[in-house]
Ligand binder design. Structure first.
Ligand SMILES: Nc1nc2c(c(=O)[nH]1)N[C@H]1C(S)=C(S)[C@@H](COP(=O)(O)O)O[C@H]1N2
Ligand SMILES: [Mo]
Length: 522
């Protein structure tokens, strides 16, 4: 009888530990930094009342040591993490006890803990969906394991002979002990070894950070900014640059294992190590990368300072044979795309990029090397973690990415976006600044027009740009009466293509239509 009473909290503990272990392993596997307990500890330590902080510093008596000031929160942090974990174990045991009355009983408690965990994660870091995954996975594991381990303790479904004393059944007791044992041991093992997940990525990340590349840094000039608040930065910060790939987990490539092959319809095959690649002539350039899947007004577009080796140089070294008109780029992860040969050999700055915004290429953006071709959408050109360039012909080959109903040539369409005002904004009366960006990569933007409430197109001011491969910032100032207004934008490329107002979907060759916003002037 006594054993049976303890069995419920034990089931709760086992389930809780399993949940924490799975959450921890997921955190590591996704290479997010701290698990929810560490996040919560850091958060709590960062919000200590001042008197707690100063008391600890006094207790530490580190005035006479001459050591650098230790803050109370730094001292307390590891203890807060442990405290949080112990607190969780108590809650887990209580959840087990609650399960006695039915499996759904502990649910509110478990969900509440999950909400706290999510709050801890996004309170400390940027609120991306991915930081929530380890907590969600952990809570679901906790719930499922609890009902499974406690299953044999439940009266329901008992056989007639043991209906009155479920614990009296030896079979059920054995069943419970087996389940609790397996999940308990499994949970603790996973907890101890879960740190191995994602280890490779952390190691690769370490190497990447210490790399010293011959990159010439450049900051955007003031003249490239239109100077209106609310416009997306002209240089997209790496942290907010859009990320698109089919791989669930981006490949972590060690430099020693990486090679770039140039082969196919060439006179001489090349196989370069990373070192051999970066010893070649370097180019740097401001280039805007857009995705064909970017909807009108969307953010699947970014502008960065890319550094690398011209593709044309490698192709020249290899010697392209006649009859070739395409290059099949293949990634370490198996993704591939077919790129028009001409765009890799003409005057544009197509490159094997190893640097982005003055630093070694981030893993998510294709470390150690990816291709960037000015003027082409990513799906036909921007192979990340690239390892092979096969010179071929469109008639013979097909890239994986070109088989999804998207245009195989992939030139970026002339397009534009209003960043401010945002849709639904309420603006004070007076002159209104309407501003945003416009692009026609490699052709360049010749002009931008704005129209308000279906009125005539008015030319916008356009900021300077260093070259035709980037987007431009634009702005127009209009006097508007109080009420609801609609603003639209259109751009024109240097080769006189005007952005069409005809609305089409992103398939097959990129969305069209004018971006418009509706806002309120007070
Ligand atoms: N290996 C690999 N490379 C890839 C992709 C991919 O799924 N796998 N997606 C492509 C697409 S569709 C785009 S738009 C760009 C996006 O590059 P980014 O993630 O650096 O912004 O990468 C391209 N390169
Ligand atoms: Mo894309």
């Amino acid at each position: 009888m006594r054993i049976q009473r303890a069995a419920w909290p034990v089931a709760g503990l086992v389930a809780g530990v399993a949940g924490v272990a799975v959450s921890h392993a997921t955190t590591m596997g996704l290479s997010l930094r701290p698990n929810p307990f560490v996040s919560a500890g850091e958060f709590a330590a960062g919000h200590l009342p001042r008197w707690v902080d100063s008391t600890i510093v006094k207790l530490m008596g580190n005035r006479d040591t001459g050591a650098p000031e230790v803050s109370g929160s730094e001292v307390l942090e590891p203890w807060l993490v442990i405290l949080g974990f112990l607190g969780f174990l108590v809650v887990a045991a209580i959840a087990g006890e609650l399960a006695r009355k039915g499996w759904a009983r502990p649910l509110p408690l478990q969900v509440a803990v999950g909400v706290l965990g999510v709050a801890a994660m996004i309170g400390r870091y940027t609120a991306t969906m991915i930081t929530v995954i380890p907590v969600a996975v952990g809570v679901v594991t906790w719930i499922v394991v609890l009902s499974f381990v406690a299953g044999p303790l439940q009266r329901r479904g008992a056989r007639p002979d043991d209906a009155d004393a479920p614990w009296g059944s030896r079979l059920r007791r054995r069943d419970f002990i087996a389940r609790a044992g397996v999940f308990g041991v499994g949970g603790i093992t996973l907890w101890l070894y879960g740190g191995r997940f994602g280890q490779k990525r952390r190691k690769v990340e370490e190497t990447r950070r210490l790399l010293n590349l011959p990159i010439r840094e450049q900051q955007p000039r003031a003249a490239w900014r239109i100077g209106v608040e609310g416009v997306e930065p002209w240089r997209t910060p790496t942290e907010t640059f859009f990320v698109q790939h089919t791989a669930l987990v981006p490949p972590a490539v060690e430099l020693a294992d990486w090679r770039l092959r140039v082969h196919g319809m060439v006179e001489t095959e090349l196989e370069l190590t990373y070192q051999e690649l970066i010893e070649r002539k370097f180019v740097n350039g401001w280039i805007t990368l857009a995705s064909v899947t970017n909807p009108v007004g969307g953010n699947q577009i970014g502008n960065a300072w890319w550094s690398g080796v011209p593709v044309s140089q490698l192709l020249r070294e290899a010697g392209v044979l006649s009859g070739a008109d395409a290059v099949l780029q293949t990634s370490v992860d198996g993704w591939s795309c077919l790129t028009p040969l001409e765009t890799l050999t003409d005057d544009r700055a197509a490159m094997i990029a190893v640097g982005m915004n003055g630093e070694a290429l981030p893993i998510d953006h294709g470390y150690p090397a990816r291709v960037i071709v000015p003027g082409l959408y990513g799906h036909v050109s921007a192979c990340k973690w690239v390892t092979s360039l096969e010179v071929t012909a469109f008639a013979q080959a097909e890239g994986q990415a070109t088989g999804h109903g998207f245009d195989p040539l992939g030139p970026v369409k002339v397009s534009s976006r209003i960043d401010t005002p945002t849709s639904g904004a309420e603006i004070a009366s007076g002159p209104v600044d309407i501003a945003g960006s416009a692009w026609a990569p490699h052709r360049g933007v010749a002009g931008v027009d704005v129209a308000v409430d279906g009125g005539p197109w008015l030319p916008a001011r356009v900021a300077e740009v260093p070259n035709d491969d980037t987007w431009v910032q634009w702005a127009a100032t209009v006097e508007l009466e109080a009420g609801t207004h609609i603003a639209r934008v259109r751009a024109r490329s240097n080769d006189m293509e005007e952005q069409t107002g005809v609305v089409t979907d992103v398939r097959p060759d990129g969305a069209t239509g004018w971006h418009e916003v509706e806002f309120e002037v007070q």
